[in-house]
Design a protein around this ligand. Structure first.
Ligand code: FMN
Length: 146
């Protein structure tokens, strides 16, 4: 079994190539050492990340991520034990929405609009975002794009 955590957050930093490259460099270095795999997406100022690994390790890693001043209002959409890793080849994959299939791109766009002010949103909106995120991750097959 593997523990999977999916969250969304609002970027405070600019989300240009060099900021994303900095985040990915740290994430990949640390995650390789701690056995975490996952995927990071950014669209319209919203981060969307999946972390997979040992439960305590993922929880500790998410704790550091939450305290990072480059973003705010991290909301966990799902945390759950799963049979298998989805992103086993990626210490931290990075998907660019423009390069995803139309279906997945639409999902990312819907998710980023649902994610606005999610921390203060009604439960129904969180639920919808959680369902969307879980099905996106479960069905993710575009490994050649990341
Ligand atoms: C959106 C976002 C995603 C991040 N993802 C990871 C991650 O997957 N793994 C990780 O170790 N750090 C990640 N970080 C960086 C952590 O917040 C933190 O800076 C890092 O764990 C500190 O590591 P260091 O003490 O080795 O510099 C992320 C930061 C942001 C803003």
């Amino acid at each position: 079994m593997v523990y999977q955590l999916i969250y969304v957050s609002t970027a405070i930093c600019s989300t240009g190539d060099s900021e994303i490259a900095d985040i990915l460099a740290t994430a990949r270095r640390n995650n390789k050492a701690s056995g975490i795999t996952g995927l990071l997406l950014c669209h319209g100022g919203t981060f969307f990340q999946t972390l997979e690994g040992d439960q305590d390790t993922v929880t500790a890693c998410f704790g550091s991520i939450e305290r990072d001043s480059r973003h705010k209002d991290a909301v966990v959409l799902m945390r759950k034990a799963q049979e298998h890793r989805v992103f086993s080849q990626w210490s931290m994959g990075h998907a660019v929405p423009e390069k995803l299939s139309p279906n997945n791109r639409d999902t990312v766009i819907s998710l980023s609009s649902l994610a606005k002010d999610l921390a203060a949103a009604p439960e129904s909106q969180r639920h919808e975002a959680s369902m969307l995120a879980a099905s996106f991750v479960r069905g993710f097959r575009e490994f050649d794009q990341i």
